[in-house]
Design a binder for this molecule. Structure first.
Ligand code: ADP
Ligand code: MG
Length: 349
């Protein structure tokens, strides 16, 4: 499809990196976002500032685009659905509705015979007491959490006081995994049994926020094979079109569990911009715009560091080496725990 205009819902760094990848291959982009300062407008061809429920603005957006995707999974389902009646939204809104909800997501994964940590639905304090076998665990809101937001670590039943948990939300209680490490698989599905899949990426979190990613991941062959196999199985079951990320836990006994699925490009895949001939962002744009699938090849090993909060200040004036690539997300305000940029370092194969 030449002269395609791709609409992107959401205007953060993932939107910026998608828009840049699209530009590189001649696809125009329009960002639709409820933040007037959305950084992605610097990288896109057009920008619509609007609440996600504004029908008039949605109509304006629909008229301007050929195809629509989203950069984060918490876009209201209603909005995705309305747009999808007029312009195709990829990945499909139904997929997003499942993955937006941690409980539905985990039920789906387990229905495929894929392992997750043990979990239970929690609607009130009784449910928590009843599931004390899952402790120590993490109580997470079923919807709208990211970067550890909406999560409470619960070591024992003594920790539970109904006062600090707002039971208007629905929760999932997950058993704590005795973590050895975390990895992610990024896969782009173009159609039935048609994929590009990146090797596992090893991820290190600090305060439940991704801090470092690297390839190759230091894991055994069996984990490499199983993590890829499960990512294919999940994306095939969902009939997914575009780039998807599966986050995994590996425990001290080398058991592999799916942590969660991100129905979008993912922070751990930022290093693919520089390490591969085709990044996760370009593959996403190619898949949703129905462009040719190209063989994705690793050119370098790589390490990525997220620049969170004040970290960015050090890097803005720093001399960057030839094998390093610095990305500033140009966010208006520096905030604690906010992802402000990242740096990728390449290592020869
Ligand atoms: P988010 O949507 O915020 O990324 P995650 O469920 O991925 O939420 O949790 C963020 C991080 O918190 C994980 O990457 C992991 O480091 C830690 N974490 C979450 N759940 C568990 C668990 N059940 N056992 C061990 N660590 C966990
Ligand atoms: Mg996560």
């Amino acid at each position: 499809m030449k002269n395609t205009t791709l609409g992107i819902l959401g205007g953060g760094q993932l939107g910026s990196l998608l828009a840049s990848a699209a530009k590189k291959i001649g696809i125009k982009t329009i960002i639709f976002c409820d933040d007037i300062n959305a950084p992605a407008q610097k990288f896109s061809d057009d920008f619509i500032f609007s609440e996600y429920h504004n029908q008039k603005k949605i109509n304006e957006f629909i008229k301007k685009v050929d195809i629509v995707t989203f950069e984060f999974e918490n876009i209201p389902y209603e909005t995705l659905n309305i747009i999808n009646k007029n312009r195709k939204v990829l990945p499909s809104p139904q997929i997003n509705q499942i993955i937006q909800n941690r409980l539905k997501e985990k039920n789906l994964i387990n229905s495929l015979g894929i392992k997750t940590t043990s979990y239970a639905s929690v609607k009130n304090i009784n449910d928590l007491n009843f599931n004390s076998k899952l402790l120590p665990g993490i109580l997470k809101t079923c919807t709208l959490g990211y970067d550890g937001k909406g999560q409470f670590k619960i070591n024992s039943i003594k920790d539970i006081s109904s006062t600090n948990i707002n039971f208007e939300n629905q929760y999932i209680l997950e058993k704590l995994v005795d973590l050895k490490k975390e990895i992610s698989i990024i896969i782009t599905r173009f159609g039935e049994n048609s994929y590009e899949i990146y090797e596992p990426i090893e991820n290190l979190h600090e305060n439940q926020i991704l801090k470092y990613s690297k390839i190759p991941a230091d894991v055994n062959e069996k984990i490499i094979d199983t993590s890829k196999k499960w990512a294919k199985l999940i994306s095939e079951e969902l009939k997914y079109i575009g780039t998807l990320c599966v986050e995994y836990f590996i425990d001290k006994k080398d058991n592999l569990y799916v942590n969660e699925i991100a129905p979008r490009v993912h922070n751990s895949g930022h290093l693919t911009i520089n390490s591969h001939n085709i990044s996760q962002f370009e593959n996403h744009v190619r898949a949703v715009c129905n462009l040719e699938k190209k063989n994705t090849i690793k050119l370098f090993n790589a390490q990525m560091i997220n620049l969170i909060g004040d970290d960015i200040l050090k890097y803005r004036n720093k001399k960057i080496n030839k094998n390093e690539f610095f990305y500033d997300y140009y966010k208006k305000d520096i905030k604690i725990n906010r992802k402000m940029g990242h740096l990728t370092k390449l290592i020869n194969l």
